[in-house]
Design a protein around this ligand. Structure first.
Ligand code: SF4
Length: 245
């Protein structure tokens, strides 16, 4: 269920502080009336606009960074550090969860050749949201959500289904299926990423998405991915320093 959104112009100073220029953000209301949210985050570019909206709406949010799918480890670290940087800027709590990559490979075994948005991605979302729901249960959150569905590369229904399944494991817990792309969210996601000069990843995260994106690029006459060199709003100054492994 999506929460209702009021075009309420209240708390302008807070909104101004966490909004892109000249944008009056709508105030969000949680679907269960809770003023607390445990938000699974995949990366800073996807998370920042959502984090801004939640701060402006006075919903006390804790970021839960659990992404053992991201490969290799240095790619995981750079994505995580960018998210920590923005959480600190907003004064938002940040939980740095496990990088239990072996469990992720075990969970997706046999799905190595699934296409993106296929069965492997369902396993991947399930794993990350189940752990998010576990943490929510342990720490008294009744509401969870994720930043994953703001990306136009993702299947929103697939993500929402995984989120609802994870939350349903605990009575009284709900997964918030808010469409973060709406009302300019997808556009502001890019604007904020440029303003903050976030690291710009070029593949979803796992070793298989890196393989498949490189394969697609080669078939379409494009260069392979060069990791760790692209940042929103910046020129790629040292094109040789990244790796595409
Ligand atoms: S493509 Fe992305 S969502 Fe799918 S399994 Fe890989 S990391 Fe997970």
């Amino acid at each position: 269920m999506n929460a209702s959104v009021d075009p309420t112009p209240s708390a302008p100073s807070l909104m101004d502080r966490f909004s892109v220029d000249n944008f009056q953000r709508s105030v969000l209301k949680t679907p269960d009336g809770s003023d607390r949210l445990l938000l699974h985050s995949c990366c800073a570019p996807c998370a920042a606009e959502i984090m801004d909206a939640l701060v402006a709406s006075r919903i006390k949010t804790t970021i839960y960074f659990y992404n053992p799918n991201i490969h290799p480890r240095d790619e995981y670290e750079i994505r995580k550090q960018e998210n920590i940087r923005y959480a600190e800027k907003l004064g938002m709590d940040f939980i740095d969860a496990d990088y239990d990559a072996k469990n992720w490979f075990d969970r997706t075994q046999g799905q190595e050749w699934e296409p993106e948005r296929g069965a492997r991605c369902t396993s991947c979302f399930d794993m990350r949201f189940e752990r998010t729901a576990d943490h929510a249960k342990e720490h008294g959150f009744s509401l969870i959500s994720s930043t994953l569905a703001i990306s136009r590369w993702k299947n929103m229904d697939q993500i929402n289904g995984c989120g609802e399944r994870a939350a349903a494991r605990y009575p009284g817990m709900q997964y918030w299926t808010f469409n973060w792309r709406k009302q300019g969210g997808a556009q502001r996601m890019i604007e904020i990423s440029k303003r903050e000069e976030f690291y710009q990843q070029e593949y979803c995260g796992c070793v298989y998405s890196l393989r498949d994106t490189n394969q697609w690029r080669e078939q379409n006459g494009r260069d392979r991915i060069r990791r760790k060199v692209k940042f929103y709003g910046r020129e790629v100054l040292d094109a040789e320093s990244g790796t595409g492994d």
